[in-house]
Ligand binder design. Structure first.
Ligand code: 5GP
Ligand code: ZN
Length: 120
């Protein structure tokens, strides 16, 4: 983890702990900006979360770092290619009233080729 990521850590945040390796997760990708791992309760055959290493509450905050936001989207695309047929749904729940439960920005990547009629 670089210094910038360490500076943006929230001690009470479950995804900061996953990024730091303090809580185990099934990682499918990691680089200097993001960690991606399988969702604990998958809503599709492929359901992974792409999580910036730096703690930011939601995608509204991440939008101030457009290169990081673009990187999250690019990683989502490459994971959909690697783990499924390349097509995917990208979801950022933003705010409690929209179903956000973990307030460390994350992109849900849902894929498998069976999403056209899905409920999500
Ligand atoms: P949200 O509702 O905030 O958009 O999404 C949070 C997601 O994180 C949920 O889909 C939930 O299943 C997942 N999640 C919460 N805690 C953990 C955890 O400790 N490990 C993993 N792998 N996923 C988690
Ligand atoms: Zn965090």
């Amino acid at each position: 983890m670089n210094n910038d990521a360490a500076e943006r850590r929230d001690e009470d945040c479950v995804f900061c702990k996953i990024v730091a390796g303090e809580i185990p997760s099934e990682r499918v990708h990691e680089d200097d900006q993001v960690v991606a791992f399988k969702d604990l309760s998958p809503q599709a055959p492929v359901h992974v979360l792409v999580v910036p290493r730096q703690h930011r509450a939601d995608v509204r905050e991440l939008a101030h770092q457009p290169e990081q936001l673009a990187h999250v989207v690019a990683v989502a695309g490459s994971l959909a290619q690697k783990l499924a047929d390349g097509d995917f749904r990208l979801v950022f729940n933003t705010g409690a009233n929209a179903g956000q439960t973990v307030f460390h920005v994350h992109a849900h990547v849902l894929a498998s080729g069976e999403l056209a009629e899905g409920e999500l």
